[in-house]
Design a protein around this ligand. Structure first.
Ligand code: ATP
Length: 238
């Protein structure tokens, strides 16, 4: 398949919560500037995959980013290497204002001259601009999700791991997230996306993985998945 050279290479990733073995040898690649989605039913292990990449759950396996190993490094160092992470949990500092949250995002990622400017991030998410001086804890859930995404851009990531960015958002905000993904693509920021809205994920992605019970069960182009109804029925239908 035609794709850019791998930016992220994961091989035989296993992960556990206590005694519970959740990832059973996951392998995947993300090319430089590539948007890749991981689809699956609830509980398939997609969020755990992102957490394992960020060093937040007990795991084994090889993880190489820009040709250097990542496994075993602390989350802070992984972020400094250029990987941004937007978890499902609306990860903002509630007592700090929108502005302060965005500025903290700048400190999380690698220092670089060509980072996202604050005004560019605010232009993407007008609700944040309107509430610039408001404490993040007073924002709606959807606005907090926008802020978490905006803050991760401020860290100037090379690769963004995004977990269900559109969950619970209004249609207008979903459009803003889609526009954000489009800009990431244009700027050659790679994305590993978990997205429950399958049509959106397929539209935005160059490649798709499907996960089932802690393993990858499909890898291919969105059109290949669309042409595989039996596979969709087995691993994606509710
Ligand atoms: N903190 C935890 N402790 C124990 N088990 C967990 C924990 N978090 C998730 N699990 C279990 O790990 C498995 C994978 O969950 P995970 O959240 O990665 O799935 P997912 O594909 O992201 O689906 P969802 O959208 O429901 O989060 C599930 O069986 C889930 O119950």
């Amino acid at each position: 398949m035609d794709k850019s050279p791998a930016l992220l290479r994961v091989h035989d990733l296993q992960a556990w919560y206590g005694q519970s073995h959740v990832l059973h040898g996951v392998s995947l690649e993300v090319g430089r500037g590539e948007i890749v989605s991981v689809l699956g039913r609830n509980g398939a292990g997609r969020s755990t995959l992102l957490k394992a990449l960020m060093g937040q759950v007990r795991s084994t396996g090889d993880i190489d980013f820009e040709g250097r190993p990542l496994a075993g490094l602390p989350t802070y160092t992984i972020a400094q290497r250029g990987i941004g992470y937007v978890p499902e949990s609306r990860d903002v500092f509630p007592a700090l204002t929108v502005q302060q949250n965005l500025l903290l995002g700048r400190k999380r990622g690698p220092a670089a001259a060509e980072g996202w400017r604050e005004d560019e991030v605010l232009a993407l998410f007008p609700a944040l601009e309107r509430r610039y001086k408001v404490a993040a804890g007073a924002l709606s859930g959807g606005e907090q999700q926008m802020l978490a995404l905006g803050r991760s851009l401020m860290g100037n990531p090379v690769l963004l791991l995004i977990d269900e960015p559109t969950e619970g958002l209004s249609p207008q905000m979903v459009e803003q997230v889609a526009h954000c993904l489009e800009l990431l693509r244009q700027r050659q920021v790679a994305v590993l996306l978990i997205e429950q809205k399958q049509a959106l994920a397929l539209e935005m992605s160059q490649r798709v993985y499907v996960m089932g019970r802690g393993e990858m069960v499909f890898e291919g182009a969105p059109v290949q998945l669309a042409a595989a109804p039996a596979l969709q029925q087995e691993w994606l239908a509710l």
